[in-house]
Design a protein around this ligand. Structure first.
Ligand SMILES: Cc1cc2nc3c(=O)[nH]c(=O)nc-3n(C[C@H](O)[C@H](O)[C@H](O)COP(=O)(O)OP(=O)(O)OC[C@H]3O[C@@H](n4cnc5c(N)ncnc54)[C@H](O)[C@@H]3O)c2cc1C
Length: 386
């Protein structure tokens, strides 16, 4: 599918062909911009094809709730337009004590203020939504039926194909090796397959973002580190057994749901790193089995088919760095998604395309200000599991 040739020049170059780079290329090309994505392996080969499918608006601050509300609108629009599956089967957070309930009541109030219809429900109502749940210790749940899930393969491919339809070039198996900078301005990029001339570059490499920043000679402190997170898939069971994404902070920061094929997919908060290693570990298997069967005892009967690992590109406040890096002409970053970048991508594409083409956006991009780390202004930690 993607173009083979590296163009000699491109108005805008996006480094990284994950969901973030691809949705941004799609948005820019749709606006009539000349844009090229350079991907060192194949489209989606970074964290994107390794992710847990989840798309939620249940966050704990105004910015992320607004951005995710917009993102869900875009997921809905593009899934219908391009024919990939985005199912609004909801997110169900299981709550086990009064402190958790209070915290989620505060989150729900923020969400409701922006029109996200989350509500606190009883354990019995939660079990009506997922009959296989063990609710013996659950005292309430936070439920938003408009959250959902999408298949990262189909979704990324659909955005990639349509980006190309609008004229974007997607170049695979081409690695960015260096920047060509003259008088503080970007002139081009050196790649493993030659030079591409350009004035505007977006770093959309997530777990590799610090390496690209170093290549660009960026002095600003933007701490993004790769952590190994693992996931699991079981043998398929009856379709519709677990429709929403089910979350339990009590049991290992676990998240689990059922894929379109019927398998149960998910992970827990077991984290290793910083590291670029991606070998799955036995300890993860043990933890995920223990925690998942606490939440849904019937899973004891199921075979685990496969485990794998991917990166969470983490920042100290679990929020990405999105914006223009002023010290180098037209250099932008959209990286450090800390485990929830798949869901954010369509709205991030809109924000970054707005910044590039209009120098402003209606979405609250300041929350993700890449300079906040240097200023010591960390945000409240974004609600994050896994
Ligand atoms: C186990 C697991 C579960 C997850 N679950 C969820 C979830 O349920 N919901 C959710 O929203 N998110 C989830 N995430 C996070 C999500 O996968 C990421 O946030 C998202 O995929 C980031 O997309 P990206 O495009 O920024 O990065 P990536 O997909 O990693 O893309 C970056 C690309 O840059 C390329 N690259 C790097 N260096 C260079 C270079 N020098 N030259 C050219 N190309 C380069 C890489 O090859 C890579 O393809 C999960 C992650 C993991 C690991």
């Amino acid at each position: 599918m993607p173009s083979k040739e590296l163009p000699e020049r491109s108005e805008i170059v996006i480094i990284g062909g994950g969901i973030v780079g691809v949705t941004l290329a799609h948005e820019l090309a749709k606006r009539g911009e000349e844009v090229t994505v350079i991907e060192k392996r194949f489209i989606g080969s970074g964290s994107t094809f390794r992710c847990g499918t989840g798309i939620r608006q249940q966050f704990n601050d105004e910015a992320n709730v607004q951005v995710m509300k917009r993102s869900v609108e875009l997921w809905k629009r593009y899934s219908e337009e391009y024919g990939f599956s985005f199912e609004q089967t909801g997110y169900l957070f299981l709550l086990y004590d009064d402190d958790e309930v209070e915290e989620f009541k505060r989150n729900i109030a923020i969400q409701n203020r922006f029109g996200v219809p989350t509500r606190l429900i009883t354990p019995e109502e939660a079990r009506e939504i997922v009959p296989l749940l063990d609710i013996s210790e659950v005292i309430a749940a936070s439920w938003n039926p408009t959250d959902g899930k999408a298949d990262p393969f189909y979704a990324t491919a659909a955005f990639a194909l349509n980006a190309e339809r609008f004229g974007a070039k997607l170049v695979e198996y081409t690695e960015v090796k260096d920047f060509i900078i003259e008088n503080g301005e970007i002139k081009g990029l050196k790649t493993s397959r030659g030079v591409i001339n350009t004035g505007i570059v977006v770093n959309a490499t997530n777990a590799w973002a610090k390496l690209i920043n170093a290549m660009a000679g960026i002095k600003t402190h933007i701490p993004i580190e790769p952590y190994k997170h693992q996931a699991v898939i079981t043998q398929p069971i009856r379709k519709g057994a677990i429709k929403p994404m089910v979350i339990s902070f009590k049991y290992g920061h676990a998240y689990l749901t059922q894929t379109a094929h019927g398998g149960i997919v998910g992970g827990v908060g077991y984290e290793l790193g910083p590291t670029y290693d991606l070998n799955p570990t036995y300890e993860f298997m043990r933890e995920v089995s223990y925690y998942f069967t606490k939440i849904v005892p019937a899973l004891r009967e199921l075979l685990i088919l496969r485990t794998w690992a991917g990166y969470y590109a983490k920042t100290p406040d679990s929020n990405p760095a999105i914006g223009r890096i002023k010290e180098l002409g037209d250099y932008y970053i959209a990286a450090g998604f800390s485990g929830h970048g798949f869901m954010m991508a369509p709205a991030v594409a809109e924000m970054v395309a707005d910044l590039i083409t209009k120098d402003r956006t209606d979405l609250p991009v300041d929350w993700y200000d890449p300079y906040r780390f240097e200023r010591g202004e960390l945000r409240g930690e974004a609600l994050q599991m896994g």
